[in-house]
Design a protein around this ligand. Structure first.
Ligand SMILES: O=C(O)C(=O)C[C@]1(C(=O)O)C=C[C@@H](O)C=C1
Length: 313
């Protein structure tokens, strides 16, 4: 098996792929220079799967990943993992913080380290590159335009840099969610703690269009864990909705909610049902959820089948 990831070696995404595929030998992990090239490699069939960052607890969605999930040949999310992200400022050996005038990092990492940079390197110029490991790699090269990189400890060490300051993130509980993509194939079996991802394209703009979509989940007791509107690219004001819901498409409540969306929407792109990375959250239902267990759905389906078959009981 061969797996693509956002490279070069030492990215948080590589750590995510290692967590997802702990038994894969090093030669099976293939770094790609961008999120788009990971998607392209999976779509072409050059690799069996690919890992990319999806969202961060501080900075939110990785737009390059969302755009690729919405557009192009559909891929399936087969697995996810959430990892804590801790940032370190690294420079070439012998440098001191006072020497740092130009810092490189990934845009999401910059967003998570702004406070620290403002306090400790207020005059430094910050440059964004394709990943935190690419920043470390570049900063390590002789004649590099950068004096330092903000990256994972493993990346700084991988490229022979020396740590100048550890824990430079503004939140020490920051975490990033990564997803593993595959070409369309049979779904992983339900586990009782799954997530379903999809994109809904509404057919016409009208009052309550989003509420209608959300009701499909609420009335069936399905909890949503992410909702994001993204432009479709077809003009100003044209948006689609990216949704994550608790549960598996094999669960009757989730399946029926998706059928409801299918009836309401111009298009629904199913992005996968896969085991959730984090444990089930304790939920306070905001609506009565009576009659929304899987057993309730099955009982009602059987009742309808009996009636349709001419048995009135
Ligand atoms: O640059 C990396 O190391 C990545 O894996 C990308 C990425 C991201 O896109 O959010 C992953 C986690 C961190 O939040 C910062 C950067």
């Amino acid at each position: 098996m061969r797996y693509a990831y956002l490279g070069p070696e030492g990215t948080f995404t590589e750590a995510a792929l290692r967590a997802l595929k702990p038994d894969a030998p090093d030669s099976d992990r293939i770094p790609y220079p961008g999120v788009d090239s990971v998607f392209a490699a999976v779509r072409r069939g050059d690799v069996d799967g690919g890992t990319v960052p999806l969202e961060n607890s501080v900075e939110g969605s990785v737009t390059a990943t969302i755009a690729e999930l919405i557009n192009g040949d559909p891929l399936l999310i087969a697995a996810e993992v959430a990892l804590p992200v801790e940032f370190t400022l690294f420079a070439r050996a012998g440098s001191a913080i006072a020497d740092v005038k130009r810092v490189a990092t990934h845009p999401h990492a910059l967003a998570q380290c702004r406070g620290w940079l403002a306090r400790h390197l207020p005059d430094a110029e910050v440059f964004t590159v394709s990943s935190t490991a690419a920043a470390a790699q570049s900063a390590s090269e002789p004649g590099s335009p950068y004096d330092a990189a903000i990256c994972a400890r493993i990346a700084g060490e991988r490229y022979g840099l020396a740590p100048l300051a550890q824990g430079v993130g503004d939140r020490d509980d920051a975490a990033t969610r990564f997803v593993h993509l595959m070409r369309p194939q049979p779904l992983p079996a339900p586990t009782d703690a799954d997530r379903t991802s999809l994109v809904a394209f509404i057919s016409d703009d009208h009052p309550g269009a989003l509420v209608e979509l959300l009701n499909q989940f609420a009335m069936r007791g399905v909890n949503l864990t992410r909702l994001e509107s993204r432009p479709t690219g077809d003009g100003l004001g044209r948006y689609c909705f990216c949704l994550d819901a608790d549960g598996h498409i094999a669960d009757p409540a989730v399946g029926e909610a998706l059928m409801g969306l299918r009836r309401l929407c111009q298009d629904v792109r199913f992005l996968g049902s896969y085991p959730r990375a984090e444990a089930e959250t304790e939920l306070t239902p905001f609506m009565p959820t009576r009659g929304t267990t899987s057993a309730d759905f099955y009982e009602a389906q059987e009742w309808l089948a009996r009636i349709r078959a001419g048995r009135v009981a």
